[in-house]
Design a protein around this ligand. Structure first.
Ligand SMILES: *[C@@H]1O[C@H](CO)[C@@H](O)[C@H](O)[C@H]1NC(C)=O
Ligand SMILES: *[C@@H]1O[C@H](CO)[C@@H](O)[C@H](O)[C@H]1NC(C)=O
Ligand SMILES: *[C@@H]1O[C@H](CO)[C@@H](O)[C@H](O)[C@H]1NC(C)=O
Length: 350
């Protein structure tokens, strides 16, 4: 009878040994893999043919969780080079870390919990306006560079811009069959833009697209909007330089004349020609604006004046997340060895 427990004890010991051996092997393999993988990163990405020193740049999060290819910077942002990674194991060695505000502003625990290496640059990246950027005070005394749509950012990442165009490529106004369009997803009844729209629609017909309204599939987006003479580029909040894809993509890239509600006309004119848009502030009331749009509708020559600038320039929408981060790389190479932003919340007032 005692032979059975003895035999079991023996088998049990062998089993334990096998488990220990397997664990050991797995651990060694994992360790090797990790370091080998790192080394191959170093040789493939960090030590390119260029001889100048490169920077290691850590993306603390993917912006809004959107993934995109790293380390493929297009011209003219491909030189100097950075090694970009999303692997937080690099934190102690990273020269710079880029934080996308919306992904780290909810809890303190979303920021690094380990000691910050000396000399490491922290970049604050945000494309939302102050009205939609919670907990800004939490960002005081942490950052070294700003990266946003504000033109006085260290790294200026606008929603769009104008480029000189080849004059031999003619622009023709898209065929128009409709009057005024507006795409709106965030319908806040007390916002300035909805209040203004409610008044405007008493005097002129406006086709509204978006959540809770007519559907507009993304593949037909620009084609449908191009059939409208005017597009309401109404921003969700009013802040200096806060001029978004509502102007660049929805109106200008579709070839519809933007009717803007946002910062002052003067502010818009820093970015686009005075004769390329209509500002709601140009009119004492929504009715006066509606009357003006109806006038232009009957006067093709006057309407065409809003496209004169297109002989020289063409609008470009935001290219990609990748390009924004590549811009940061260029700026980081030029940054001084010390710079602090004690009060980010004051720089980005609500
Ligand atoms: C403009 O376009 C023409 C024809 O496509 C081309 O021959 C010319 O080199 C272009 N000029 C510039 C400055 O890009
Ligand atoms: C552009 O417009 C000019 C003047 O209207 C015309 O002579 C020229 O042929 C046009 N070029 C193209 C490529 O359509
Ligand atoms: C970065 O900024 C923080 C505060 O904003 C400061 O404490 C830190 O010393 C700065 N680091 C560098 C390298 O400039």
């Amino acid at each position: 009878m005692p032979a059975v427990p003895a035999l079991w004890g023996h088998r049990y010991l062998i089993l334990l040994h096998v488990i220990a051996l397997l664990t050991c092997l797995l651990f060694t393999y994992y360790h090797f893999q990790k370091h080998y993988a790192r080394d191959s990163h170093w040789s493939a990405q960090l030590l390119p043919t260029e001889t100048e020193a490169d920077l290691i740049v850590l993306l603390w999060t993917w912006p809004f969780g959107d993934h995109f290819p790293l380390n493929q910077c297009p011209k003219p942002f491909n030189n100097p080079r950075c090694f970009f990674t999303d692997d937080r194991d690099w934190f102690p060695k990273a020269n710079a870390v880029i934080f996308h505000h919306r992904d780290v502003c909810r809890f303190k625990s979303q920021m690094p919990q380990m000691p910050r290496p000396e000399g490491q640059y922290w970049v604050w990246f945000n494309l939302e306006s102050p009205s939609h950027s919670p907990n800004l005070a939490m960002m005081d005394n942490l950052f070294n560079l700003t990266m946003s749509y504000r033109s006085d950012s260290d790294i200026f990442t606008p929603y769009g811009w104008l480029e000189k165009k080849n004059e031999s490529q003619n622009f023709t106004i898209p065929e128009k069959s409709k009057l005024v369009a507006w795409v709106v997803s965030n319908w806040n009844p007390s916002s300035k833009r909805v209040t203004y729209y409610n008044e405007l629609k008493e005097h002129i017909n406006v086709d509204v697209y978006g959540r809770q309204h007519n559907r507009l599939d993304s593949d037909k987006f620009n084609v449908v909007l191009s059939t409208y003479k005017f597009y309401l580029s109404f921003e969700n909040s009013i802040h200096r330089d806060y001029i978004t894809e509502k102007l660049w993509r929805n109106a200008l890239q579709s070839g519809a004349v933007p009717v803007v509600l946002g910062p002052s006309r003067e502010n818009y004119e820093k970015f686009i020609p005075a004769d390329s848009f209509i500002h709601v502030d140009d009119f004492p009331s929504a009715k006066d604006l509606a009357d003006y749009l109806l006038e232009l509708d009957k006067d093709p020559q006057r309407y065409a004046q809003y496209f004169r600038w297109r002989i020289r320039l063409r609008p470009v929408g935001k290219v990609s997340w990748e390009t924004e981060y590549c811009k940061a790389c260029v700026a980081l190479h030029k940054a001084p060895s010390y710079r602090a932003i004690p009060r980010l919340s004051e720089w980005y007032p609500k």
